[in-house]
Write a protein that binds this ligand. Structure first.
Ligand code: MIG
Length: 750
């Protein structure tokens, strides 16, 4: 670090504005320093897990290079890319999957309905671009900068404009998008393996209260046989919205509540916000005040802003001693009955001020107590540092359990600390459709564990929308139904049996797919590959797929085609539709399997406590008679897997001259004891499944019904009749919501 500082200083003295130093820090990963790099304004970087150490000179042939300049006192960095490149990523963004021609602002913002500022800045920031050339080769660009900034894509130029001093840029060159994502994770960290319950179905609303209501919902989920793993507590469980407290009337016995929820094989997740009510006698406030832990104003007072509890002060999470304090508070709280945590409002969100957040000149102490850094610089990593402290708190409470923290705000690299959701969407068709490119671009920005509020948060959901949302969304990495206060209920059963059956079928599919999905999370935690992937990953050479944003991939082997996505662009080749149910309800997404792949699925369970993998059905779609697949499993929680307590298997299929398909299972890694499984083949062929008998052991065969010569033809698929354009639009939903507000006199709270 010091070395660079001195070096850049020297360069600064000896060179003109655009001079810079650059090195390779890894194979085909370059870092560029501006001539006037100010170490203390940027470091330590919250993005990288290791210092960027030079390993070689930058080759003179290096293609993508930043050019530094300034414009109206702001730092400008431009990079020239190829004329025909497609760009993706750029974090949590509203709008199309391809980011060519788009602008995103990096200034974390509470953005209800994505309505503010044209949705250009949402709850989190990822100063990051994934670029893909026509030949499929790809590059990644990291602006190592937390300051308020923006990114514009203008023709073949990427332009970053920052309110802070000039920053480092890292450019990754690889031969595919996958490899770029792997490189990003090697630099910025991998997500940790989540507890398996966190990838199950989850039920939330703002808010289930009192506690008896929570129990009722849990009971209903079980009675209605909607598989589910988690019930969520939104802010109303607190005593007057004071964090780390419980309402003495409605949530007086959190431990008893957790015991009940556990007895139903579910888990509890509780919301914790950053705003601390400024009220003498409230223990969190008293401690924070006494230790001087709050964010300051320039004149040395505690910054005060209004949020749910009223006037609040805000912990300065950029300081490690504040994070330690927070982790301890979190530990004590979790020990009273929480399995997971939900950090909201941590952009941070502040009511009644035009900016919706803290003043730009508010002061943070940062990691270095000599430096008081402005909010302008540290705003974007406020949420990241909060979720980091929360994760630590969970580990203090339960050293033997994997933390699960969901955070609304975060920053590039934040996958190390928690999962995320895409904030306050609306129950409307635009947002159901938009949830796909949003989740994909976050996934392409290093955050594999994310998803939208299923069913939509703001405004009333309706039966068709809910059914289609479940049918589309159960393959997302994070699956949680959530709705705002003042909106109608949207649990799977509220619209009658027909809709409930559709929702249940969809959730059942997620649960049988768990062996495959859990393996994808393993892949994310080891390699850094996303769980949900854009359709173009199925064939980067197919230009038609580059902008496809209705169809998406779950891992490398399944392609999800929503039923409302008429005439989608589909990959060529022998992708085959997996028929999960006997009867088609015309809502469930088509799930197409990659030719040459084997996907393990389990029997149906209602939750991950009961879930077992002792019987596996192997979906096999052969290509030239061959297919391959793999699977990972472990205890589903805890850290024993780190010392070898896991099992990895590979599956391989071949076909003999008589058309008999045989699959063998090989144990390839891990030391976990696992008895031989019952297995059967489900041969996916021409849209139908043929099952072999169940067999115990490592080999199973089946006579293939016929030579296959099928490929999915979008024009032959039966899509839903629903006319999306005729459905209530976002604008109409907003008008309806305003009208309801006038009639009931009840303001909507979000
Ligand atoms: O200002 O806690 O995005 O999921 O239900 C609104 C209440 C505060 C915003 C979150 C939403 C949550 C709600 N919160």
């Amino acid at each position: 670090m010091k070395k660079f500082y001195v070096f850049s200083l020297l360069l600064c003295l000896s060179s003109l504005i655009n001079a810079q130093s650059s090195y390779l820090i890894d194979k085909n990963i370059a870092v560029f320093y501006p001539a006037d790099f100010q170490n203390e304004q940027h470091l330590p970087s919250p993005i990288f897990i290791n210092e960027l150490v030079p390993v070689a000179e930058l080759p003179s042939t290096w293609n993508i290079r930043p050019e530094y300049s300034s414009e109206n006192g702001k730092t400008v960095v431009t990079l020239k890319i190829g004329d025909n490149d497609d760009i993706y990523g750029t974090g949590e963004v509203y709008g199309d999957l391809r980011r060519n021609g788009k602008t995103v602002e990096f200034w974390n913002s509470d953005n209800y309905g994505y309505l503010k500022n044209g949705g250009k800045n949402l709850y989190q920031s990822h100063p990051w671009v994934l670029g893909v050339r026509p030949d499929g080769s790809a590059y990644g660009i990291i602006a190592d900068n937390t300051w308020k900034s923006k990114l514009e894509s203008i023709g073949n130029v990427l332009k970053f404009t920052s309110e802070g001093p000039a920053f480092r840029v890292v450019v990754i060159e690889r031969s595919s998008s996958e490899e770029v994502l792997e490189a990003l994770a090697s630099l910025s960290g991998h997500m940790e393996m989540p507890p398996i319950w966190a990838i199950g179905n989850q039920q939330c609303r703002y808010s289930y209260y009192p506690d008896s209501r929570v129990m009722q919902i849990v009971d209903s989920l079980r009675q209605e046989r909607i598989p589910c793993d988690v019930i969520w507590m939104d802010i109303d469980y607190m005593d007057k919205f004071k964090v780390f407290t419980y309402d003495p009337k409605t949530f007086s016995q959190p431990q008893k509540l957790q015991d009940f929820v556990h007895s139903k094989n579910m888990k509890t997740v509780y919301m914790i916000d950053p705003g601390i009510k400024a009220e003498d006698g409230y223990f969190v406030y008293d401690q924070g005040k006494a230790s001087n832990y709050f964010v300051k104003t320039p004149d040395g007072n505690n910054f005060t802003g209004r949020v749910w509890p009223g006037n609040c002060n805000f912990p300065d999470f950029t300081r490690h001693e504040v994070r330690t304090w927070w982790s301890n508070l979190t530990r004590d709280f979790m020990l009273k009955g929480a399995d997971g945590l939900w950090n909201d409002m941590n952009e941070p969100s502040v009511f009644d001020v035009p900016s919706g957040t803290m003043d730009e000149d508010a002061l943070h102490q940062g990691e270095n107590s000599d430096i008081h850094a402005s909010h302008l610089r540290l705003h974007n990593i406020y949420g990241m540092n909060m979720v980091r402290a929360s994760r630590e708190g969970s580990l203090l409470a339960f050293p033997d359990k994997r933390p699960f923290v969901l955070s609304r705000s975060n920053f590039l690299g934040g996958q190390r600390y928690g999962a995320t959701w895409t904030g306050d969407n609306m129950s409307c068709w635009e947002h159901l459709q938009m949830s796909i490119p949003m989740t994909l671009n976050l996934s392409l920005s290093g955050q594999p564990f994310n998803g939208p509020d299923l069913g939509g948060f703001g405004a009333d959901c309706d039966p068709e929308l809910l059914a289609h949302w479940y049918a589309t969304g159960v393959y997302f990495p994070f699956v949680r139904n959530h709705a705002a206060k003042g909106t109608n209920s949207q649990e799977p059963w509220v619209f009658g049996e027909r809709i409930e059956n559709i929702c249940r079928t969809a959730v059942n599919r997620r649960y049988v797919l768990l062996p495959y999905i859990y393996s994808l999370f393993r892949e994310a935690s080891v390699k850094g590959l996303p769980v949900m992937r854009p359709a173009y990953w199925s064939d980067p050479s197919d230009k038609n797929l580059r902008g496809e944003q209705r169809v998406y991939m779950l891992g490398s082997d399944l392609l999800i085609i929503p039923r409302w996505a008429k005439n989608p662009n589909l990959p060529k080749g022998d992708w085959d539709i997996v028929q999960f149910e006997e009867k088609d309800d015309m809502y469930q997404a088509f799930v197409a399997q990659r030719p040459g792949s084997i996907v393990p699925i389990a029997n149906l369970y209602q939750n991950t406590v009961e879930y077992k993998t002792d019987s596996l059905t192997l979906l096999v779609n052969t290509k030239d008679g061959l297919a391959e697949g793999w699977m990972y499993e472990d205890a589903g929680d805890g850290f024993a897997y780190r010392s070898g307590e896991y099992a990895e298997y590979t599956f391989s299929a071949s076909t003999d001259a008589k058309g008999v398909v045989s699959v063998s299972i090989e144990r390839t890694a891990g030391e976990m004891d696992s008895p031989e499984k019952m297995i059967r083949i489900a041969l996916v062929c021409d849209g139908k499944i043929t099952y072999s008998p169940w067999t115990r052991g490592n080999n199973v065969s089946i006579k293939s019904p016929k030579e296959k010569e099928y490929s999915i033809d979008a024009s032959k698929l039966k899509f839903s009749e629903i006319d999306i354009d005729a459905q209530p639009s976002l604008q109409k939903k907003l008008r309806e919501q305003t009208r309801k507000m006038e009639i009931t006199g009840q303001p909507f709270e979000w």
